[in-house]
Design a binder for this molecule. Structure first.
Ligand SMILES: Cc1cc2nc3c(=O)[nH]c(=O)nc-3n(C[C@H](O)[C@H](O)[C@H](O)COP(=O)(O)OP(=O)(O)OC[C@H]3O[C@@H](n4cnc5c(N)ncnc54)[C@H](O)[C@@H]3O)c2cc1C
Length: 268
């Protein structure tokens, strides 16, 4: 099948994009790596596609004292190649490098991935463990929200009609911080069946873990200190049950092992 007919606009700034998005049945296009198939399957049938890739602000990166802010249209490949300041000393590069294959990474964007909110994707879990903040522009102005409030469910976010995800602010890890990430997938570069992520940053008082590739938003364990100290089977399974994954024995076990392996990486 092919996409239905649509108009196409490539605005030069966020304000023009917001104006275009106020027209009925308009849709944002970023890397097109999820939207392309959805258009071709006619799951979405927009009258107007608003391509964000001509907006410099969305491709820019701001390196500040305690954080790095990445424009929504920064691609996975740019992060993988280390062409941008990395607030995580290599962790984000590693995550990006394991998304799909290079052709997808060349076009897919960090903002598109978050806005799409596929639980099996990498950035929702990775940015949740890092404690990122999401910057949004909408018809009523600009605001920012923590990622745990942005990701609200299965392919669901706090974005309202006409909103644009403008950027993602990632806190800089302190010198002694350790991050662990484990993704189970059937083939290298595929969407995850289970994700475990862990961040231990004592200088900033952070001991956070994430269970990802659930049936909804990533499940965040805000204080995982005890689990990091003793990642024993019962405690891991208890955490996984808290993510609503108790029903399927295989899935439960897979997520528990992903979480344990992420925690083990903290000590590696
Ligand atoms: C074969 C294949 C394998 C993949 N494997 C993985 C994987 O292993 N891990 C992984 O994490 N991802 C994977 N992906 C997804 C890919 O990484 C893309 O990041 C993802 O598809 C969306 O990013 P995009 O920029 O292409 O967004 P698009 O496809 O352009 O848009 C996706 C959705 O988000 C909306 N949107 C996009 N940008 C914004 C914005 N700035 N503000 C508001 N709404 C916005 C669009 O309207 C659309 O609804 C895979 C994709 C393919 C095709």
């Amino acid at each position: 099948m092919k996409a239905c007919a649509f108009e196409y606009e490539r605005p030069r700034n966020v304000e023009s994009a917001l104006r275009l998005l106020s027209t009925e049945n308009s849709k944002i296009l970023a890397g097109g790596q999820s939207l392309g198939p959805m258009l071709n399957l006619r799951v979405v049938q927009p009258a107007l596609l608003v391509d964000l890739r001509g907006i410099e602000e969305l491709k820019s990166v701001k390196d500040e004292k305690d954080s790095v802010t990445l424009g929504a249209c920064v691609t996975h490949a740019q992060i993988e190649d280390g062409r941008l300041p990395d607030p995580t000393r290599g962790f984000m590069r590693e995550v990006a490098a394991n998304i799909a294959y290079r052709a997808v990474r060349n076009r897919g964007t960090i903002g598109g991935s978050l806005a799409h909110a596929d639980p099996a994707a990498d950035w929702p879990s990775a940015l949740s463990v890092l404690g990122a903040t999401v910057l949004i522009a909408g018809p009523g102005g600009r605001h920012e929200i923590p990622i745990e409030k942005f990701l609200t469910g299965l392919f669901e976010t706090a974005l309202k009609t006409g909103d644009i995800l403008v950027a993602i602010r990632v806190p800089k890890l302190s010198a002694r911080a350790r991050v662990g990430y484990w993704k189970f997938c059937r083939k290298a570069g595929e969407f995850a069946q289970a994700i475990g992520a862990a961040l231990d940053d004592p200088e900033r008082g952070v001991a956070r873990a994430v269970i990802g590739a659930t049936r909804g938003a990533p499940h965040i364990l805000a204080d995982a200190k005890a689990l990091f100290a003793k990642p024993e089977k019962q405690a891991l399974l208890h955490a996984v049950d808290g993510a609503g994954l108790a029903a399927d024995a295989y899935n439960r076990q897979l997520h528990a092992v992903a979480l344990r392996r992420a925690i083990e990486k903290l000590a590696a």
